[in-house]
Design a protein around this ligand. Structure first.
Ligand SMILES: Nc1ncnc2c1ncn2[C@@H]1O[C@H](COP(=O)(O)OP(=O)(O)OP(=O)(O)O)[C@@H](O)[C@H]1O
Length: 335
């Protein structure tokens, strides 16, 4: 999808619109994190380069992007762990570096590498973190939800990657924060743990917490996120709800998927469809026909199959997935 067709929404504009329409009932959907024109350089190279981002209360905001796109650096600037070289970052109205004290009790952070002290036992660590807050969540209940009791007395050093992630998540949310930053929260977790994490994230959202998460799992973003920012080369290249991002420029579903025999001649199909359509064979024998799908397009596809005397295993219409959109936006080359 070319960028010009991407349903991009200017995050700064969106923030202004929301501030004007914020519910009088309270904090729901108020802007909690606002990043404008963020620049961060390492060795003279801008790894974050004019990035705009908005995250609201009572919403999950996903930051997606290829390796090295600048996601963690951006999140770390929001957490006050890195000082920006340009632009502004506000979390709950505060500068996260100069006003860190004001934010500390209100912000939960789960770092990509866990960032936990390694010599402490898992549950002791959680109790210790909880004791730093005025009104923490009940530790045993949180430990139960995230299945920490099975390794409660194991030191962090000896935990598996997924177990460590669960402890880090528990530590990030035990203080009942208003904003939570989760850097790849379910990386390395088994499917059961991932579901427990997702349930917890949904509950936090229902409680009005602003959740900002980075992930490489497109199903995680598609399931959880109210708003997605796709970052590449240090700036946001597309932004919107999952539905906005995957529905393309038209109103209808955005693709027809055909499973048939490999190496079919696509020329007659391309000739039968308007020039704006994109036709390709991804994996062998799986064809994706992308455009504003209507009955005539489906008829063209089945006529093309009939013309080649091929009985397809399946012909389905549907929206493009978030992964399709992500790959179209960021390309298929490795970083
Ligand atoms: N402390 C540092 N010194 C020098 N370069 C750094 C430093 N931290 C990050 N970088 C570089 O900045 C770029 C962005 O890194 P960042 O960790 O923000 O990417 P990311 O989008 O989170 O990637 P990933 O998906 O792999 O976690 C990378 O090229 C990285 O090598």
């Amino acid at each position: 999808m070319p960028l010009s067709d991407a349903p991009a929404i200017d995050p700064a504009q969106a923030a202004t619109a929301s501030a004007a329409t914020a519910s009088p009932a309270g904090a729901d959907h108020e802007v909690a994190v606002q990043v404008r024109g963020l620049v961060k350089r390492y060795d003279g190279r801008a790894v974050v380069d004019g990035l705009d981002l908005v995250a609201r209360r009572g919403a999950v905001t996903a930051v997606l992007g290829p390796n090295g796109a600048g996601k963690t650096t951006t999140i770390e600037c929001c957490e006050g762990l890195r000082s920006p070289d340009g632009g502004t970052v506000r979390v709950l109205g505060h500068d996260p570096v100069s006003e860190a004290r004001a934010l500390r009790p209100r912000v939960g952070v789960m770092l990509q590498d866990g960032g936990l002290p390694t010599g402490v036992r898992a549950l002791e660590l959680l109790r210790h973190v909880a004791a730093m807050y005025a009104a923490p969540r009940p530790v045993d209940e949180l430990a139960e939800r995230l299945g920490l009791h099975g390794f409660a007395r194991t030191t962090v050093r000896r935990l598996s990657g997924g177990q460590r992630q669960r402890v880090a998540l528990a530590a990030a949310v035990v203080g009942r924060p208003d904003v939570v930053f989760l850097d790849e929260p379910s990386a390395g977790m088994d499917p059961q743990s991932r579901r427990a994490v997702w349930d917890l994230v949904r509950e936090l959202r229902a409680d009005g917490v602003a959740i900002v998460l980075t992930t490489h799992l497109m199903d995680e973003a598609a399931d959880l996120a109210d708003h997605v920012h796709v970052v590449d080369h240090g700036s946001v290249i597309a932004s919107g709800s999952v539905r906005e991002l995957t529905s393309g420029s038209g109103a209808g579903p955005g693709s027809i998927r055909v499973e048939a025999t490999p190496d079919l001649d696509l020329t007659p199909l391309r000739a039968a469809l308007p020039g704006s359509w994109v036709v390709g064979e991804g994996e062998a024998g799986v064809y994706t026909v992308t455009g504003d799908v209507d009955p005539a397009a489906v008829a063209a596809v089945t006529a093309w199959l009939a013309g080649q005397n091929v009985l397809a295993r399946s012909v389905t219409t549907g929206s493009r997935t978030l992964e399709d959109v992500f790959l179209d936006l960021t390309g298929r080359h490795l970083r």
